[in-house]
Write a protein of this length. Structure first.
Length: 163
């Protein structure tokens, strides 16, 4: 299932990095995704989302677009880059060979804030490779409070566990 991320198109295009790329940019259709690991303490949960290349070599650099979904319905989602020490990394070019993996670390608070009485729970998260308007849906149960606020790392090379 693919979602168009037109509401965040400008942000996605702005997050794409200019420069020479040794492999073409990864497309959602050539990636598979799954949550790899999660860890939490003091109301903050960090989830590791692993993206695996199922096609020919491709590359990514920067921050992916993210949207929480419940079935086919988009949930309120606000994405911030960094904000926790584990997420504050500089974007690097990540080249994925066939079956190569990359990781995005995503943090969220699971304690209602302000006038929130409860926080919606997703069945998935749409992940659009940096610079792409469409993404792949990764099954994920995320209960992000503060109106769906997610903090993300840039795309990281290899498989990374949630700290």
């Amino acid at each position: 299932m693919f979602f168009a991320l037109t509401s965040v198109a400008a942000a996605l295009l702005a997050s794409a990095s200019a420069g020479t790329v040794s492999a073409s940019a990864c497309r959602p259709g050539q990636l598979s995704g799954r949550t790899f690991d999660s860890n939490g303490a003091a109301g903050t949960i960090v989830v590791s989302v692993m993206l695996t290349n199922t096609g020919s070599a491709c590359s990514m650099r920067g921050y992916p677009g993210l949207i929480l979904v419940h079935g086919y319905t988009a949930l309120p989602t606000r994405v911030l880059h960094g904000g926790l020490s584990v997420l504050n990394q500089s974007p690097q070019l990540v080249v994925l060979a066939h079956r190569g993996a990359a990781t995005v670390l995503i943090a969220y608070g699971d304690v209602p804030t302000g006038n929130e009485s409860r926080c919606p729970t997703s069945t998935g998260i749409v992940v659009a490779p940096p610079g792409r308007l469409y993404g792949l849906t990764v099954p994920a149960r995320i209960q992000a409070c503060n109106h769906g606020t997610l903090r993300e790392s840039p795309v990281l090379a290899g498989t990374r566990k949630a700290p």
